[in-house]
Design a protein around this ligand. Sequence first.
Ligand code: ADP
Length: 478
Amino acid sequence: MMEVKQFINGQWINAIGNGTIPLINPATEEVIGNISFGNGDDCNTAIDAASHAFKTWGKTTPYFRAGILKKAAQFIRDNVEELATDMVNESGKPITEAKGEFIVAANLFEWYAEEGKRAYGKTIPTNRIDKRSFTQWQAMGVIGVITAWNFPAYNPARAWAAALAAGCTVVAKPSEFTPMAGLHLAKALEASGLPPGVLNVLTGDAALIGEAMLNHPQLKKISFTGSTKVGKILMDGASKTSTKLSLELGGNAPVIIYNDVDVQAVAKAASLARFRNNGQVCIAPQRFYVQENIYNEFAEAVSKQVAQLKVGNGFEEGVQLGPLITSRQRDGVNELLKKATDEKAHILTGGKMPAHLKKGYFIQPAVVANCSAASVLAHNEIFGPVLPLFSFNNMEEVIARANDTPYGLASYVFTNNITTAFTTAEQLEFGMVGINEWTPHGTELPFGGWKQSGQGHESGSEGLYEYLQLKLVSIGGI
Ligand code: ADP
């Protein structure tokens, strides 16, 4: 049984009130640890520590900060087996995905170590002979980072790496369902010489911690990854405190498949892409719009592939889908499936608890056909292993249906016609478009949502500037 403490001001400590909550393995439903459960007081202590640490950290060179971030990247790579094991236990995801995620976290640390050195300002020619003006970027100060459970290492790593490289200090709250990964990243940074207070990791009451972050005058910005619902709670609070926000919220990605593609190849790739991390991904391809004359062939091919996916404990050889994160999440997906069949949609494969599994929050991956434009599967973020199929006739119609959502994160287009590809991509109201690919993201690429999917960007150089503020310096009398 793991006893999980918070990391505040360089110390591993219990919550001030000594509260704990159980950590549950979603594949076995067993309690595997006790996590410290702090509140607003713990958060204020962490912000005070981060504020004190900023006085020194904010004055270090990006080269000094890069040294620590790169060492931490190496620490993660050297210990990836142990780190990934804990991630499988807390999140249920397959061990290969857990390892891959920590390697991406290491890559983010390394990439931002370098990018932090490139926060160039500019010299601006002015309209007066006696004046010289230039801009410079400065670290914002203390940053709150609240993250979701679906990528327990990647979500914190991309915000922490950018904020720390920029010279900010961080107070982080990973998800209560997956705190271990974030705490491992903290250990990597601690072992690499990060001074006390520069990074603090809280575990505890989300609403109280969020409120404390909003209300503390020294906390300058909250970077949030999670649901649109909680994003709106933070926007509400920030309207009173003027705390800046970066929000990476929900999505409901359309996948438009035109009739000139290799149907079998796209169906095979779709069966993997849709079910990565069990569909619990904000950019997960969700609404599959297939042109009507290839619809039946695609439906048959994708169902055949999906029926072969291996579901089980993430430690088992060859497992491609683990459990969903909680019983609540599983019940929510089952509820959507039930509503869809009530609407006369037809489940081609999956949608039940796999017969060989007796415990855990599992669902056999499902393909659902005959979904109407008004289907619950079109208008809700499923966040689970369900691939709904919709048929369409022409480009104009499918673009209107793809855009008919309050979300605007990722979207996907499959075609072999370059004009169709560009015309479609340009009309999609989404922050990211993958054309003939399923991974329109990367350490060096800006990740961000339009509409109700968020504001600001993570990763890429855009992600660094989320933690820097621009200052104009103007000198007269020259
Ligand atoms: P999900 O549905 O993906 O779990 P949530 O938005 O509920 O998304 O959770 C994302 C993160 O936000 C988690 O770390 C969670 O603890 C935190 N959170 C939940 N409620 C609040 C809140 N009221 N204020 C601040 N953070 C919150």
